[in-house]
Each structure stands twice: as structure tokens, then as C-alpha cells.
Design a protein around this ligand. Structure first.
Ligand SMILES: *[C@@H]1O[C@H](CO)[C@@H](O)[C@H](O)[C@H]1NC(C)=O
Ligand SMILES: *[C@@H]1O[C@H](CO)[C@@H](O)[C@H](O)[C@H]1NC(C)=O
Length: 192
């Protein structure tokens, strides 16, 4: 007797919980917790300059809108640490126009979700979100081995290793970078 009552009860519970989800989450199918790039970086610490730039250029909200809209392909963000920004020659950021600052941040964003493994095996050059003079799309070069937990990235001027993921939950991957990514596009031509 107890056994036969269990199934309808379970079904009722199941139906109720479905309805409950539909009511509490009007954007059915979307992630229940919206992704917030600034919250991810704040939680990790050591990214206050990158956070300030993302916020000031409005790119933080564009990233959030993009990854929360079930966007095909996703995004990968390479977040340079405060130490990386401190290691730039004094006055570098202040010497950039607003437009150059936006492009600098966009140069740290690739319009696809990458794990370390897919980065290691992707075909370079990889297009970033940044465009340079004459509308040229700025690229990055990745090299690595599929069985390793790190990948090297090069701009042609700056080289560094990507080894520390802050999140790799599709559709957004965020990795720590110990150097700011530059090209001669941004007025500097040597590695530091
Ligand atoms: C982003 O900028 C706004 C307005 O300038 C400011 O109120 C807010 O505190 C900033 N947020 C972060 C995380 O820096
Ligand atoms: C990555 O860079 C490091 C340091 O420059 C180097 O030792 C390593 O061989 C590189 N790995 C790959 C896969 O290019």
C-alpha cells in the first residue's frame, strides 16, 4: 500500500518543483545565477587595475550581457594582475587615449570559450576582440601541449604563460596573466 502511494507523490513533487523553477526563473534555460566578470575578478583579488579598466570602458557589462545571453561560442578573458600593470613603464596607461585603452582591454578578450587544452591545440593566430590601425584585427599566438596544464601566449612582443584559471565554466573562461599583452600597436615595442 505504501509502495503504490509513493509514485504519485513523487510525480506531484516533480511537477511542483518544475512549476516552482519556471516561476522563480522567468528566463527559463538561462543560468540561474547571472555571470558577473567583475565579481569573479574581485573574488580572486589582485586584479583591481583590470577591474577598473573593464568598468571604465563599459566592457564589463558587455562581457556580462554576452555570456548571459546564451551566446554561441562564449568568451575567454585573460586578466592581467595588478603586478603585471605595475611592471609597465611608468605613465604607460595614462599615455593611452580612451580608444587605445578600450582596444588594450579588448586585446585580452577572445570571442570563444577555451579550456587550457583547447588553447594548447588551437591553430594560431587567434583573433581577439581588438582592432588596430586600419581596422586590422589584432591576434595572439598560443603554443602548448594538450597533456599539459599550461599554455604559452605571445603577442609577437610579449610572451607569458597561462596556467591559472579563475573560471572555466562555459560560456566564460577567465585566466590570470602575469604580463599585460601588448603589441607595437600600443606604442611599445620591447618586452618588459
Ligand atoms: C564601476 O563604475 C561605477 C561608476 O563609475 C562605480 O560606481 C562602481 O563602483 C564601479 N564598480 C567597480 C566594481 O569598480
Ligand atoms: C613555454 O615557455 C616556457 C618559458 O619560456 C618554455 O620553457 C616552454 O618550453 C614553453 N612551452 C611551449 C609548449 O611552448
Amino acid at each position: 500500500m505504501a509502495k503504490s502511494a509513493a509514485l504519485p507523490l513523487l510525480l506531484t513533487f516533480f511537477l511542483f518543483s518544475q512549476v516552482n523553477i519556471a516561476i522563480s526563473n522567468p528566463a527559463a534555460g538561462a543560468a540561474p545565477q547571472p555571470i558577473n566578470i567583475l565579481a569573479i575578478l574581485q573574488k580572486a583579488g589582485r586584479f583591481s587595475t583590470f577591474i577598473r579598466l573593464l568598468n571604465q570602458t563599459q566592457l564589463a557589462s558587455q562581457i556580462n550581457n554576452h555570456v548571459n545571453a546564451n551566446s554561441y561560442g562564449g568568451l575567454t578573458v585573460f586578466a592581467a594582475t595588478d603586478t603585471a600593470f605595475r611592471n609597465l613603464p611608468a605613465g604607460t596607461l595614462n599615455g593611452l587615449t580612451t580608444q587605445e585603452l578600450v582596444q588594450l582591454v579588448l586585446y585580452h578578450i577572445v570571442p570563444r570559450f577555451y579550456t587550457i587544452k583547447t588553447l594548447a591545440t588551437t591553430r594560431s593566430p587567434v583573433r581577439t576582440q581588438a582592432t588596430g590601425r586600419g581596422g586590422r584585427i589584432l591576434v595572439l599566438y598560443f603554443s602548448g601541449k594538450a597533456n599539459q596544464k599550461q599554455v604559452n601566449v605571445s603577442t609577437g612582443v610579449v610572451r607569458t604563460t597561462i596556467y591559472k584559471p579563475l573560471t572555466t565554466r562555459s560560456p566564460l573562461a577567465v585566466y590570470q596573466l602575469d604580463k599585460v599583452l601588448w603589441t607595437s600597436q600600443f606604442g611599445l615595442s620591447k618586452e618588459f
